[in-house]
Design a protein. Structure first.
Length: 270
């Protein structure tokens, strides 16, 4: 990790006197703590993401070895493999983000990552925003003749169901994945990159683009949905100062998608 220990790991000099985020928006660090600079934030996020993927791949390889399969054997979008990767990589990444925040900033990880309470008003505004977006996407897909349920979702659900891993697939996709992704993007990266004003708005767009780029399993329509959802979640994080709220909304988005997939192909095997 030494390559990130010099100038790139220099702590930003800005400090905020408010107990949470700057009231004008942005990701100013909690009172009495420093926040990582832009390059350090990106470097640590990239390193932690890579380490999570390595650990997850090793777990899948061990699973394959224990079941007499080639080490890196993956049959399409296999539900149990997706569940294993999602559960392991996100658990590793969340733990590492907590360690890095405590080590490099001396901040309380809960506050630094904005895992703080949110108001009922903010929840209602966020809920209405994602419901409105979902309705607009559904209307567009109907007019354009596009399917809102991707082949990735149907294949993961079908294989997970047939292998007895459906509960693990749902847990991974609906709960664990959203928690890990929000902590990384709307928690850690948001804190390091987003400041009040137009630069903060631009940073939210860049963060959303990076988040969307992770979802290579989808076609252009699916990635577009991810991007628009990310913009809404970024805006909610900006105005509410709570990554915990974006986690809840992300869970609801994935839950709706899972229910839609189940309705399409059925909960039980034919």
């Amino acid at each position: 990790m030494s390559e990130f220990s010099a100038s790139d790991l220099k702590l930003a000099s800005q400090r905020d006197g408010a107990p949470t985020d700057n009231p004008a928006g942005g990701g100013a660090a909690p009172a009495g703590t420093s926040r990582l600079g832009v390059l350090a934030t990106f470097g640590w996020a990239l390193l932690i993401f890579a380490l999570g993927q390595v650990v997850g791949t090793c777990v899948v390889a061990l699973w394959n070895l224990a079941h007499g399969l080639p080490l890196l054997f993956i049959a399409g979008y296999d539900g149990k493999v997706v569940a294993l990767l999602t559960l392991v990589t996100n658990a590793v990444q969340i733990a590492l983000f907590v360690v890095v925040v405590r080590w490099r900033t001396a901040a309380d990880p809960i506050r630094y990552l904005a895992l703080t309470r949110f108001s009922g008003r903010d929840f209602l505004i966020g809920l209405l925003a994602i419901v409105g977006l979902a309705a607009a996407i559904a209307a567009f897909s109907r007019v354009a003749g596009l399917d809102t349920v991707s082949s990735f979702e149907t294949e993961v659900f079908t294989t997970g169901r047939s292998d007895g891993w459906l509960a693990a697939v749902i847990l991974a996709i609906v709960v664990v994945g959203p928690v890990g992704e929000e902590i990384m993007f709307r928690g850690f990266m948001f804190r390091g990159w987003v400041v009040p004003g137009w630069r903060g708005a631009l940073a939210i767009v860049v963060i959303t683009l990076l988040w969307s780029a992770m979802h290579i399993q989808y076609d252009w329509f699916g990635v577009s949905q991810v991007f628009l959802t990310g913009l809404v979640l970024g805006w909610v994080r900006w105005r509410s100062h709570s990554c915990l709220l974006t986690i809840v909304l992300h869970v609801l988005v994935n839950l709706e998608s899972t229910i839609e997939t189940a309705v399409k192909i059925g909960w039980t095997a034919p």
